[in-house]
Design a protein around this ligand. Structure first.
Ligand SMILES: Cc1cc2nc3c(=O)[nH]c(=O)nc-3n(C[C@H](O)[C@H](O)[C@H](O)COP(=O)(O)OP(=O)(O)OC[C@H]3O[C@@H](n4cnc5c(N)ncnc54)[C@H](O)[C@@H]3O)c2cc1C
Length: 402
């Protein structure tokens, strides 16, 4: 059996839902169907680590849209419905039950999945965090007096550590780089982030990686590090990055290389196929590099461009954002704009007296490449605008000298 939708969207999270809503805002009147592999209505993934884990939010409070919202916008969401194959010639997506859906335009918005640590498959006491169910399971076990070991001090690992510490768990973070986020932000800023963790009693084990996760013989877990050190604990949380969810496209012939490869209009390598959000790789005209961005704002903005390019195929828009991400840890807001790199020259232009706010500029080839802010949202917003406008560095520096 084959049914049909004018626009078929695979993935019912922020990129998929925003694409559908964007189409309706552009007066697109055709049928829109979203297939979502998971069981839930669309929910706010960033809230999983910030609200659910801290105990400050319920499953209901993180829902993005109700069924009534979707009905009103005439968006059909099929939950528990996984796309398992794509035929770009026949313009159909195959489902797990053997049926297929035909499309006029297809949007791939399948996001990303956590990278697995081979030594630590998910099992009782070993957790990954991506879905609402993951967060609910983890919330129940990171409370005091649990001993929690977090593997990875990137955004997810750091937020999990912060949430567990807020709930008085005893927390240790293992990170192979010299400091949290120093792979991207360098050691100067990384050191400040280390202080943020340590000031809340979180123990950092830096420059070490995990070689095994076994049992401690007393019902808990034993984390073995590459120097032989062992950390006994009740809960291990692995946060070592994510990979684009593209396995289901393996036979499609679509160009896939660490994401669905698109042009600057977010069009994939087959006609009438687009991609948005964590899964999309595209050449950002503002930069000279192909990008794939695993951040919320990108999913929202890219969805808007994809909706436009489907609804207005005769006047397509290139997608040229200044990348942006925020993270909330221990009541502090961290924000990054642009493309900072650890090897850039770092200029600290604001350093709050109590060490609780900071703005760092990342300078490359004589211009501003990116910026990091700790508790300085208005400065960060101005820097995002400056990056978009390619404002010369000396003009930007002058705004901090006033
Ligand atoms: C705990 C956590 C905290 C985060 N915090 C922040 C933050 O503070 N700031 C920030 O900028 N970003 C944050 N992010 C990242 C942000 O949530 C993602 O960038 C965003 O969710 C990407 O949206 P997406 O729609 O592209 O993909 P996803 O949200 O990954 O959604 C993809 C959807 O597709 C579905 N799917 C996958 N394959 C199929 C298939 N074959 N068929 C049907 N459905 C399928 C999945 O079930 C999923 O619901 C966080 C992420 C997590 C996990």
């Amino acid at each position: 059996m084959t049914d049909r939708s004018d626009v078929l969207i695979i993935g019912g999270s922020i990129a998929g839902v925003r694409t559908a809503e964007g189409l309706r805002r552009l007066s697109f009147e055709g049928g829109i169907t979203i297939l979502e592999a998971g069981p839930d209505l669309p929910y706010d993934r960033p809230a999983l680590s910030k609200q659910i884990l801290t105990g400050g939010g319920s499953a209901e409070s993180v829902m993005l849209r109700s069924q009534a919202d979707l009905d009103k916008a005439r968006i059909e969401l099929r939950r528990g419905c996984r796309g398992v194959g794509l035929d770009v010639g026949a313009r159909t997506v195959r489902l797990a039950d053997g049926t297929a859906i035909e499309y006029s335009d297809l949007v791939i918005a399948t996001g990303s999945v956590p990278r697995r640590l081979p030594a630590a498959p998910a099992r009782p006491g070993v957790h990954y965090l991506r879905t609402l169910q993951d967060a609910l399971d983890l919330r129940d076990v990171v409370d005091a007096p649990a001993r929690v070991v977090v593997v990875g001090a990137g955004f997810i690992g750091s937020e999990v550590a912060a949430a567990a510490a807020v709930r008085s768990a005893s927390v240790t973070v293992v990170e192979p780089y010299a400091f949290p986020l120093s792979r991207v932000l360098g050691d100067l800023v990384g050191k400040r982030l280390a202080r943020l963790h340590e000031s809340r009693g979180v123990q950092l084990v830096l420059g070490r990686s995990v070689s095994d996760v076994g049992d401690d013989g007393a019902g808990g877990r034993r984390v073995v590090l590459d120097d032989g050190t062992t950390l006994d604990c009740d809960v291990v949380v692995v946060g070592i990055g994510a990979t684009p969810d593209t396995d289901w496209l393996a036979e499609s012939g679509l160009d896939v290389a660490d994401g669905v490869v698109c042009d600057e209009f977010c069009r994939a390598s087959a006609p009438h196929v687009f991609a948005a959000g964590d899964v999309a790789r595209w050449p950002n005209p503002l930069y000279d590099e192909p990008m794939r961005i695993e951040h919320w704002t990108n999913a929202v903005e890219q969805a808007g461009v994809v909706a436009w390019n489907i609804a207005r195929p005769d006047s397509p828009r290139a997608y040229s954002p200044v990348p942006y991400v925020w993270s909330d840890q221990y009541g502090s807001r961290l924000q990054i704009v642009g493309r900072p790199r650890a090897e850039d020259e770092v200029r600290i232009v604001l350093d709050g007296p109590a060490g609780d706010s900071l703005v760092a500029l990342y300078v490359r080839d004589g211009g501003l490449a990116g910026a990091f802010a700790l508790n300085a949202p208005s400065q960060l917003l101005a820097l995002r605008r400056a990056l978009a406008a390619r404002t010369p560095l000396d003009e930007i520096m002058a705004t901090f000298e006033d």
